[in-house]
Design a binder for this molecule. Structure first.
Ligand SMILES: Nc1ncnc2c1ncn2[C@@H]1O[C@H](COP(=O)(O)OP(=O)(O)OP(=O)(O)O)[C@@H](O)[C@H]1O
Ligand SMILES: [Mg+2]
Length: 276
């Protein structure tokens, strides 16, 4: 009679295979994805609306259309570039996206007119029309509204951040940009608005002294999104064609960064109820 353990008695069910006790980052991303799909299911069928044993208003706020704004005091740090490329990445991930352009330069509008995508509306909007426009978008089942803004102290940008679920503050890893971003962070705190810094146009060498100093300085002033976005010609090519970086080079590193960025933002939003 055999007394030894059979292969199927082993913890991993296979003979001779070592069980790795590490949680791979992919697993947590999958979990977030599955949770968001479950929430979508409830949203579409509106089952929870009439249930009183759950906090329905909270759940509704989690499931409502999300509004994110790109805003900073400093110009040229990548608001429009990131807003348009993120919109495409989110759309590819299944969101119904609209972009609202509050910047008189209307660069997002130019991008939209090149793109000609009926499923990704890009609209120039006056401040006074922002709230009704967002409400109308939610009624059209838009799940993500992205607002591009001029410099933060403009009334348009302040109006946008006070309607956002999350404001993203892009920052280049240079001393001048970081000093300006710290001012933006302080202003956001005064306004009582949720924000995250996002390092953009980073050099390939992410462990450089400049990068480490930039990260430390930003983290002292507010939350910093991971990943950081690298400097890449792909952004210039994509925007010029009315596309996102995930479309012009889907397998490239820049596209992967943009997809990771959308997942990181989605993660933030998942645990932050919508304000409206
Ligand atoms: N990750 C990146 N890699 C390379 N170039 C980038 C990147 N992000 C932005 N750029 C470039 O930086 C410049 C400024 O970007 P963009 O116009 O998006 O900034 P902005 O914050 O919207 O500026 P403004 O305040 O004038 O509206 C553009 O030439 C853009 O192509
Ligand atoms: Mg811009």
């Amino acid at each position: 009679m055999r007394t030894g353990k059979r292969p199927e008695d082993r913890a991993d069910g296979r003979s001779g295979v070592k069980v790795k006790n590490t949680l791979r980052p992919r697993a947590s991303l999958k979990l977030i994805f599955i949770l968001s799909q479950i929430m979508r299911f409830f949203r579409y069928y509106k089952i929870l609306k009439n249930e009183s044993f759950l906090n329905i208003s909270y759940i509704n706020k989690i499931l409502s259309m999300r509004v994110i704004v790109f805003a900073t005091h400093k110009g040229g740090c990548g608001k429009t570039t990131l807003a348009t490329c993120l919109a495409v990445a989110a759309q590819e991930a299944g969101e119904s996206v609209a972009i609202f352009d509050l910047d008189p330069k209307s660069c997002a509008i130019r991008w939209g007119s090149k793109r000609k995508d009926r499923n990704l509306e890009v609209r120039r909007i006056a401040i006074a029309r922002l709230s009704p426009a967002l409400q109308a978008a939610a009624k059209r089942n838009v799940t993500l509204s992205i607002i591009d803004t001029p410099a933060l102290e403009s009334p348009a940008a302040v109006a946008a951040v006070t309607r956002a679920d999350l404001t993203i503050v892009p920052v280049k890893p240079s001393a001048l940009d970081i000093w300006a971003a710290v001012v933006t962070g302080r202003r956001m705190n005064v306004l009582g608005e949720k924000f995250v810094f996002l390092l953009n146009q980073c050099p390939k060498q992410r462990q450089s002294r400049r990068m480490r100093a930039s990260i430390a300085e930003l983290e002292a002033a507010g939350p910093l999104l991971v990943p950081q976005i690298g400097m890449s010609q792909r952004f210039l090519e994509a925007v010029a064609q009315g596309k996102g970086v995930t479309e012009i080079d889907p397998k490239g590193g820049t596209a992967q960064e943009m997809r990771s960025l959308w997942l990181a933002i989605k993660d933030w939003l998942l645990f932050t109820p919508a304000r409206n």
